[in-house]
Design a protein around this ligand. Structure first.
Ligand code: PLP
Length: 402
């Protein structure tokens, strides 16, 4: 029988060594339950990093995939494709944007946004400008331009020269933002809730302040909703919590519930920055991923999963806060929006995270002390309660050992 150790050995011989894997190998997955190679079940509170928002192997998506796989999978973007248009109509109806460009990942969606912002400034506005401003703690992807946008040294290490045209300002500081905008600046790119940065939602005044400054300075306000979009935070898009109207938005992760897909949305005005031949992708929104993504949107709306994420997430965060009060000195803060949740411990979380995984709970540890939960939007309340019970036991043990 295949074991975790055997997979590890084969991988070391075969794959570029870019990933530090979790000590778990999953054979099959259904809903929020992962089954490992020994037949043991685990509760998935990570959803492939906010990707399988509808849970694993959703039967309705499997049906659509199966049917489409025998009809049409890929043609390339040389052809008109009805599946793309059906998806575009549904996605555009969820927000205020006028146009969408489809691609295959979050980084690619952000590349499209950066290219569009520059070309709109240069070709539509006639400005000699190209700099995009991002915020500290950001994560925008791993391509060369998006690691430049991300601005963190650990993601840039050894990859010099890093592309020019990005400037980073301190998260939360509107004065610094305003001061950083110059004649060379075309846009601000920001996450409404920083994900990799440790689940940091923007305060309302800060988010609105960024938009106001962008409008005042005549530059674009672009939001990276690769992780926060697709009902994750309790609205279809996180910026809708704040009544914002960004000029550009990027999406990916949960768009096709596990099939690779990205999208960049823009207002009709800004979309004029791209002309025939300006930008392209071979795979973007092929027929198969498009019909799956369309079904994802249908299910999210029919089952009101944004509203559910809001309700279940708020109740869960309240329960974790109460847990923190019962065991003082263990939980510093619980933050998040909807079902994008960070439990900030007062101490390095590796041992607790290890033990949670051993006891069958799959989640992520980020920024050393933040337990990061991104459960499926249809996760059962029983699964969340089971996690809470186990966390309570572990925190009690920790407090007793102090
Ligand atoms: C995951 C993520 C990306 C990168 O997406 P990929 O599909 O891995 O390229 C970009 N921005 C944010 C906010 C993300 O969470």
């Amino acid at each position: 029988m295949t074991s975790f150790t055997q997979l590890k050995e084969r991988e070391e011989a075969l794959l570029c060594r870019t990933y530090g894997r979790y000590p778990l190998a999953v054979k099959t997955a259904q809903g929020s339950v992962l089954t490992d190679f020994d037949g043991r079940e685990h509760i998935d509170l990570l959803s492939g990093i906010a990707v399988t928002n509808l849970g694993h192997c959703h039967p309705a998506l499997a049906d659509v995939m199966n049917e489409q796989a025998r009809k049409l999978v890929h043609l390339s973007n040389l052809f008109y494709q009805e599946e793309q248009l059906n998806l575009a109509e549904k996605l555009l109806a969820t927000a205020h944007f006028g146009k969408v460009f489809f691609c295959n990942s979050g980084a690619e969606a952000n590349e499209a946004a950066i290219k569009l912002a520059r070309r709109y400034a240069q070709r539509v506005k006639g400005r000699d400008a190209g700099t995009v401003i991002t915020l500290t703690g950001a994560f925008h992807g791993r391509t060369l331009a998006t690691v430049a946008a991300t601005g963190q040294e650990k993601f840039q290490d050894g990859f010099a020269p890093i592309p020019q045209g990005f400037r980073q300002v301190e998260w939360g500081n509107l004065d610094a933002l305003e001061a950083a905008i110059g004649d060379d600046t075309v846009a601000v790119l920001a996450e409404i809730v920083q994900g990799e940065g440790g689940i940091r939602p923007m305060p309302v005044e800060y988010a609105q302040g960024i938009q106001d400054i962008c409008r005042k300075k005549g530059i674009l306000f672009m939001v990276d909703e690769v992780q926060t979009g697709m009902c994750r935070t309790g609205r279809f898009w996180a910026h809708q919590h704040y009544g914002l109207q960004p000029d550009v938005m990027t999406s990916a992760k949960a768009l096709a519930n596990g099939l690779p897909m990205g999208a960049m949305f823009a207002t009709d005005d800004v979309a004029r920055g791209f002309e025939l031949g300006s930008h392209a992708t071979t795979f973007g929104a092929g027929a198969l991923v498009s019909v799956v993504a369309e079904k994802v949107v249908d299910i999210m709306l029919q089952e009101q999963l944004a509203e559910r994420a809001q309700r279940v997430g708020a109740a869960f965060m309240e329960d974790v806060r109460k847990l923190g009060e019962r065991i003082p000195g263990t939980i510093e803060e619980v933050r998040g929006l909807g079902l994008m949740i960070g439990i900030v411990l007062t101490f390095p979380g590796k041992a607790v995270w290890d033990e949670l995984l051993r006891r069958g709970f799959v989640l992520n540890l980020t920024q050393d002390r933040v337990l990061r939960l991104l459960p499926a939007l249809n996760v059962s309340e029983e699964h969340l309660a089971a996690f809470l019970n186990t966390l309570e036991e572990l925190l009690k043990e920790h407090a007793a050992a102090e």
